[in-house]
Design a protein around this ligand. Structure first.
Ligand code: C2E
Ligand code: CA
Ligand code: CA
Length: 567
């Protein structure tokens, strides 16, 4: 009877095997056949590491088999990628290594392997190993057996077990529980430069920081457990805003450089987040978090994936939302008037983007662009905004029909091959006259590839647009490159303008910048002008245009019409 029950376990839990092999397809098929594909195993085979986590989860396999024979590095990296998932969903991870490589087994266990087999092994041994792995998985996913008792268990099983018990306890108390799985990345760089011990040291240091966050910063009950490989879990007895705060704190803690092997290393990390729902048990919660982490790893830009987004909206969650924001038309524009100082007339406007987030309300441009960077959507967003600006401005009523329109380009736009032609075609398609358009480009955007930038600016100017250099005075601000670029305006940054009516030193800096620009025949626009005293000093210094709260903050079209009517 005993045996019958065990076989039942094998049948239910271990019917699907997920095999990863970096060798020929035929060979793994052979292994599987000899391992007893006929004896109830269904196999999904992966021959490369593309989207490995996702494929493994999709296969719903109870056992992962990684064939690391003759492919030790690939095998180890695949083990690292699946190790955390296996630890949370209770699957088994069997690694096949060549006999000559058995010393590497410690590393595989650290990476999350649960068992291994040295090859060549007989067919019988392989069948046994798979059966054992299947049984292990059945127990581990049930969560009833202390995994320390299982031979070959990863050294982090104890910690994983503690985290599980912690969750089970909170669920029993009906407390809110959030699981944050964290996968560290960019470790391969450290590995290549300083070797395996440095990587271990780094992971330990990262876990230590997470523990500090869990202990101190959050203010709710939390714990951290290593899962093997470069993954660990932060479990939090909270939901909603406290989780947002925790993830933000964790993100910040992990973003700080680490000291390792006498240098500094900056790690990347991805988060998978799941919050307890009614009816969840520990396994379901961990599985959802692990699926979320796989999503976060698979999607190009997003570093955070939330299985349940309720109330979680740090910058990385925003990065995910941004994918939809463009489709849902949540990106909006404000226009900030630019005034000719001599006449007091509004002669143009700068278009500034806003994000009307469906839950969080209006968000500023800095948040929007931060989210875009995280989501790798910088170019898509900038494209969208350019079209939007042109489409809106071309449809303006006559009262606004003489205004110049200033459009901000991003650094990524400028370095994009063929951008000039694309942009000009976009303007012409919209029907907006080229001659009324100014593009604003920051110094940082230009400096990366001065020659390419100069060619682009010349192309745009040649086509009738004007060009302004933005945020002047904050970055490199050297006459040398200012001279080498075809420009129309220099925009003095608001940080320089801010203190101009305070210290004499700031006045000298701004006066110098204005003189520099004018000596090159460029018009100067001051931004961030808030007080009459600032404006007077700027006018006296030879500044020709200004923008700022003194006249108006960025406004919608209706308010812009009113401002024009007042003149
Ligand atoms: P920026 O191009 O230097 O834009 C000026 C920023 O200063 C705007 O912030 C504006 O609202 C703010 N500002 C205007 N007048 C004053 C003032 O008197 N005092 C102070 N303290 N601030 C003032 P905003 O709209 O949050 O934009 C921030 C940055 O985001 C912009 O800096 C620009 O680099 C970027 N950005 C905004 N919209 C777009 C866009 O449509 N496309 C691109 N590529 N970048 C954009
Ligand atoms: Ca600007
Ligand atoms: Ca600026």
């Amino acid at each position: 009877m005993e045996r019958g029950a065990t076989d039942m376990e094998d049948m239910q839990m271990a019917t699907t095997l997920f095999a990863v092999s970096f060798r020929q397809h035929d060979e793994i098929a052979e292994i599987l056949a000899s391992a007893g594909a006929g004896a109830g195993w269904r196999a999904a085979v992966a021959n490369d590491a593309d989207g490995l986590e996702r494929r493994f989860l999709a296969s719903r396999a109870a056992v992962a088999l990684i064939d690391a024979r003759g492919a030790l590095d690939d095998g180890l990296s695949a083990t690292r990628r699946l190790g955390g998932i296996v630890a949370t969903n209770g699957a088994a991870l069997l690694v096949l290594v060549s006999r000559g490589d058995v010393e590497a087994i410690g590393e595989f266990f650290d990476a999350g392997a649960t068992q291994f087999l040295a090859s060549p092994a007989s067919d019988g041994e392989l069948v046994q190993a798979l059966r054992f792995a299947g049984r292990y998985a059945a127990r581990a996913s049930g969560g009833t057996i202390d995994r320390r008792a299982i031979p070959g268990a990863s050294p982090f099983d104890r910690e994983t077990g503690e985290a599980r018990r912690w969750i089970v306890g909170r669920i029993a108390e009906e407390s809110p529980v959030t699981v944050v799985l964290v996968a560290l990345s960019r470790l391969d760089i450290v590995n290549a430069a300083h070797g395996r011990p440095a990587v271990d040291e780094l992971i330990e240091a990262a876990v230590l920081r997470a523990e500090t966050v869990a202990r101190g910063a959050i203010g709710v009950d939390a714990m951290v457990a290593r899962l093997g490989g470069s993954e660990f879990v932060l479990v939090i007895e909270a939901a909603g805003a406290a989780v947002t705060a925790a993830i933000t704190a964790l993100d910040a803690a992990l973003a700080r450089p680490f000291a390792v092997a006498n240098t500094r290393a900056v790690l990347g990390c991805r988060f998978g987040v799941a919050q307890r729902q009614p009816g969840d048990d520990a396994a379901a919660l961990l599985r959802r978090a692990s699926e979320a982490l796989a999503e976060a790893k698979a999607s190009d830009g997003s570093v955070l994936h939330v299985a349940l987004p309720d109330g979680v909206a740090p910058i990385d969650a925003l990065a995910i939302d941004l994918h939809h924001a463009i489709e849902r038309d949540e990106i909006d524009l404000r226009w900030q008037p630019q005034v000719e100082i001599a006449s007091g007339k509004i002669t143009g406007v700068e278009a500034l983007a806003r994000w009307n987030h469906r839950v969080l309300g209006p968000l500023g441009a800095d948040t929007l662009f931060d989210a875009a960077d995280r989501a790798d959507l910088g170019i898509a967003l900038s494209d969208h905004i350019q079209r939007l600006v042109l489409a809106r401005a071309v449809a303006w009523p006559e009262a606004l029909g003489t205004l110049r329109v200033s459009l901000n380009l991003t650094a990524a736009d400028i370095t994009r091959p063929g951008f000039g032609a694309l942009f000009l075609a976009r303007i012409d398609e919209s029907g907006f006259p080229r001659g009324r358009l100014t593009v604003e480009i920051t110094e940082t955007g230009l400096i990366e590839d001065l020659a390419a930038a100069a060619a682009l600016l010349a192309e745009l100017r040649g086509a009738g647009c004007r060009v302004a250099i933005d945020d002047f005075g904050t970055g490199y601000s050297s006459l040398a490159y200012l001279k080498s670029l075809p420009l129309d305006y220099v925009k003095i940054d608001k940080a320089l303008v801010r203190d101009i009516d305070g210290s004499a030193r700031d006045r000298v800096v701004v006066a110098g910048a204005i003189t520099m620009a004018r000596s090159l025949g460029l018009a100067v626009i001051a931004e961030g002008v808030e007080r009459p005293a600032q404006l007077e000093l700027l006018a006296a210094g030879g500044c020709s245009l200004y923008q700022g709260f003194l006249l108006s903050e960025p406004v919608g079209e209706a308010a812009l019409l009113e401002l024009m009517a007042r003149e």
